[in-house]
Design a protein around this ligand. Sequence first.
Ligand code: SAM
Length: 294
Amino acid sequence: MDERLEIATPKRTKEIINKYGFSFKKSLGQNFLIDSNILNKIVEAAELTPENGALEIGPGIGALTERLAQEAGAVTAVEIDRRLIPILKEVLEPYPHAKVRHDDVLKVDLHQLFREDFSEVEKVSVVANLPYYVTTPIVMKLLEERLPLDNIVVMIQKEVAQRMAAPPGGKDYGSLSIAVQYYCVPELICIVPKTVFIPQPNVESAVIRLKLRDRPAVEVEDEAYFFELMQSCFVQRRKTIANNLRSRYFEGGDRTQLEQLLAEAGIEPSRRGETLSLQEYATLSSVFLRAGIR
Ligand code: SAM
């Protein structure tokens, strides 16, 4: 790579920041990457080719965008902070196939963006060092909108990555694990220390790859119902599944019916929400739905 162009070094990042008089906004989760080894790991995990596209969320001053532009055939970076747009335009000038959009990723119509920017590429990856204050809403938007994505490779807070990748049975497993694993196969790529960012965040980070499944991990009749029932089982984590379900669906009502439905689903009432697999939640929601429980 041309050293002159590499943004992700402490020296070059400080030069760019000073040149434009840029000041970091904590409220926008602005922690810029200054370590090219970590960038390599992120980019390698996305398995980009010139036939593929990359969507970046929050390009900052373009450290990762530049690397994506060197690997992918089309790159779009969505940045909320207007002050960064002229910087990005300048640093990305050598890469005409890298486009910058000034927008809030949570508000933008991503299907339209895909039609406009990625109609010529075979597959699209989301690759990003996400702003930590909105990690979960961003990832859930990408998944729930069912975008034609191949994979999502993101740097996020370590604890959130561990929860997304957690198998049933442990303290990290919860509604986020289930929601993510319903759509994807997660894989933790690496843990990242605070020292590779300017300014340093308060928490450790991790890179996670979410490989999109061709179809969801389990078949459910009504997705909204499945997710609501599953979430109700984690409302009070220390309570049994029977207690949580009773509070949500049988307040003051028929206890024996709850026991019958759990027996029909093959689930012991004394189990806790964190021990149930996706398949068990799918079975349980189908048994409840067919019994007309709302
Ligand atoms: N990609 C750069 C890097 O790795 O050095 C910057 C990453 S920084 C952790 C997060 C970036 O996301 C910031 O540039 C911030 O302004 C931007 N951002 C925050 N909220 C956003 C939103 N809702 N939509 C788009 N960008 C956002």
